[in-house]
Write a protein that binds this ligand. Structure first.
Ligand code: ADP
Length: 613
């Protein structure tokens, strides 16, 4: 229902550089984390608390190990305390059991929170997409949206699950072990931790690099999704114009870019471990030297030193994991900010607070001085005035781009007028609930949109409570019952993606049946028969008659057969009605319509649909 060419397969062109509305740079990392925490994790605070407690217990048991080692060395080996020899193994098994239980709990709760986080983000994205303005969704390439679900969301999941464990559990472990080191010998401990500030500075730099390359790789993945969906949708054109090589080349360029950015990320991420390790290695070497010196010439006992060294060594792995988590965190934050860019998209077509359902006893439509412009362009409608009386059939004709589809879009409130108002049975549709406005009209377009589901589900779409009898009745009225019954599984036949297992006429008749069942008082037709050949059109004619009977109809017409059904014909040019009247009146007047009739319907010139494009 956009411009004419919006409905037809596009020539496959690589997603242009256009505005990438899925990337936002103005949400800071702290803001993203605060929102993830507040909006998604906080509602699950009990599980979160369980995760934190089990992580803390796990970390504390790690802190206990150096002390056990110290006791073993000093009391068992040096002081020969036999009683402790029996007690210690029990203590160790006890500590390990607690550690095991805490570990299990923390891993499971952590995974749960990560999964819930992503599930929640996906649900919220989907809700936003379905509630969003058509204009925004149409402007953004569908591949980019798909990519947000399949590429961005898992990055957040991975980052969330890993960083939480790393930051909380490993962070606490580092703190406990560092505490143990300081408790045992503050001078040695100082030597070990002296390198940490440098490691921190290095990490900060890496984090910035990583977030830059991750942002680019996710954007490229979005482009990949766009190109993929676009190529699949227009494969016929790609093949017909022999552009396979060109498309493949474009695809390869994007894939290469992704690999390049992913490798950049991998290199920055990989540098984190060795650098932190090298810095702590230097610290530990210094501590060993100083501790050993004190052992030979000073007062440090073997147990003391062994305990200390265990603490220092045990600090390594969690420290490295904390460091790496910083990198992962910036990946997650970058991906999450792309997701928030979708979730935060505010719809402009909204329901007023306290909006009531629209009552449509008659189905009278009034356009009062309606003006409209799409966000991205100049005025499309100006001072558009039109009254469609109940049961009347009004046809809009005019060159492509005149604004005919836009008029239908406005009745459904896919967009709101920029000035003036639209009334249905006396009520401004902006004051009614969106659901009731959309329920008032049934829309039939040139390309009937079917879902990859059964014939029955497609007919019952939007009228889920309809029983078998009404579905069959609707199908009969739409002249669809017979061909449906000839299909292998009748009403249970699955129609394929977009209904591609059916012919154009069959798809259209199923769409008619859907509209019949819906039984809306107003019918909006975007010339549903214009894409059909003469034979298929003849078959749907009867169905069309039944559908039109007793309803208010606003239709876009390109064909004489459609125009002839209309009580009133409005000729549109550049967003205005330039002529109106019945077919005979307009012909008699000899104006724009008469001229159009001669060129278009008598077949001397290109069709009306392309006359203005
Ligand atoms: P018609 O149905 O008469 O061919 P449309 O109502 O589709 O005309 O389009 C009227 C004008 O609005 C055209 O110039 C078209 O390019 C523009 N237009 C249509 N849909 C959109 C859209 N979603 N965003 C921006 N401009 C649009």
């Amino acid at each position: 229902m956009t411009a004419e060419d919006g409905r037809k397969p596009h020539l496959a062109v690589a997603p242009g550089p256009g505005a990438d509305t899925l990337t936002v740079d103005d949400i800071s990392a702290t803001e993203v984390m605060r929102r993830l925490f507040r909006e998604i994790l906080w509602p699950h605070r009990r599980i979160l608390a369980l995760a934190l407690v089990s992580m803390a217990i796990g970390a504390a048991t790690a802190g206990a190990v150096p002390f056990l080692i110290q006791v073993v060395a000093d009391e068992v080996f040096v002081a020969k305390n036999e009683r402790l020899l029996y007690l210690l193994p029990i203590a160790i098994v006890g500590v390990m059991a607690v550690r095991g239980a805490a570990d299990w709990t923390s891993k499971v709760t952590d995974a749960w929170l990560g999964n819930v986080l992503v599930a929640d983000l996906r649900i919220r994205m989907f809700d936003t997409l379905t509630a969003a303005d058509l204009a925004w969704v149409q402007r953004t390439h569908s591949g980019r949206f798909v990519s947000a679900f399949v590429n961005d969301a898992p990055v957040v999941d991975r980052a969330a699950a890993k960083t939480m464990t790393a930051l909380v559990k490993d962070g606490l472990t580092v703190i406990f072990l560092t505490g143990a080191m300081f408790y045992m010998d503050w001078r040695l401990a100082l030597m070990v931790v002296a390198g940490m500030p440098f490691a921190y500075l290095f990490l900060r730099k890496q984090r910035k690099r990583i977030s830059g390359s991750v942002r680019r790789s996710l954007k490229e993945s979005g482009d990949l999704g766009s190109l993929l969906t676009q190529t699949l949708q227009s494969l016929r054109v790609v093949k017909a114009y022999r552009q396979e090589k060109r498309e493949a080349e474009r695809f390869r360029v994007i894939v290469d870019n992704i690999v390049r950015y992913l490798m950049k990320t991998a290199r920055s991420r990989a540098a984190v471990g060795p650098v932190t390790e090298a810095l702590s290695g230097v610290g530990i070497a210094a501590a060993i030297f100083y501790g050993g010196w004190q052992g030979i010439y000073g007062t440090v006992t073997l147990g003391h030193f062994a305990g200390f060294l265990t603490a220092a060594m045990l600090t390594y792995p969690p420290l490295r994991s904390v460091a790496q988590a910083q990198a992962l965190l910036s990946e997650g934050v970058t991906a999450a900010s792309r997701i928030f860019a979708i979730i935060d998209h505010a719809a402009t077509v909204t329901e007023k607070p306290g909006a009531r359902p629209l009552a449509v006893p008659k189905g009278r439509i009034v356009f009062e001085n309606v003006g409209f412009a799409y966000e991205t362009g100049g005025p499309v409608l100006a001072d558009f005035d039109l009254v469609v009386e109940p049961g009347q059939k009004v046809a809009l004709v005019g060159p492509s781009g005149a604004g005919k589809s836009t008029v239908l879009n406005l009745v459904l409130r896919f967009f709101d007028p920029t000035s003036g108002r639209i009334l249905i049975d006396g009520e401004d549709i902006r004051d009614a609930t969106l659901a009731s406005v959309r329920a008032a009209s049934a829309l039939l377009t040139q390309d009937p949109l079917l879902f990859d589901d059964t014939v029955r589900a497609n007919i019952a779409y939007g009228s889920e409570d309809a029983g078998e009898r009404r579905i069959v009745e609707a199908a009969r009225a739409a002249a669809a019952h017979d061909f449906i019954m000839r299909m292998p599984e009748g009403y249970e036949t699955v129609v394929g993606e977009g209904g591609n297992r059916l012919s154009g006429g069959e798809k259209q008749r199923i769409a008619f049946a859907r509209a019949m069942l819906r039984d809306a008082p107003i019918l909006l037709l975007d010339e549903p028969t214009s894409a059909l050949d003469a034979e298929a059109e003849a078959k749907v004619q009867k169905a069309m008659e039944g559908l039109l009977r007793g309803r208010t109809v606003l239709m876009i017409a390109h064909r004489l057969s459609t125009v002839q059904r209309a009580d009133v014909i409005c000729v549109m040019e550049q967003g205005c009605i330039v002529e109106r009247g019945s077919h005979d009146e307009l012909i008699a007047r000899g104006g724009a319509y008469a001229k159009m009739f001669r060129t278009q319907f008598v077949g001397e010139a290109p069709s009306l649909a392309v006359a203005g494009s």
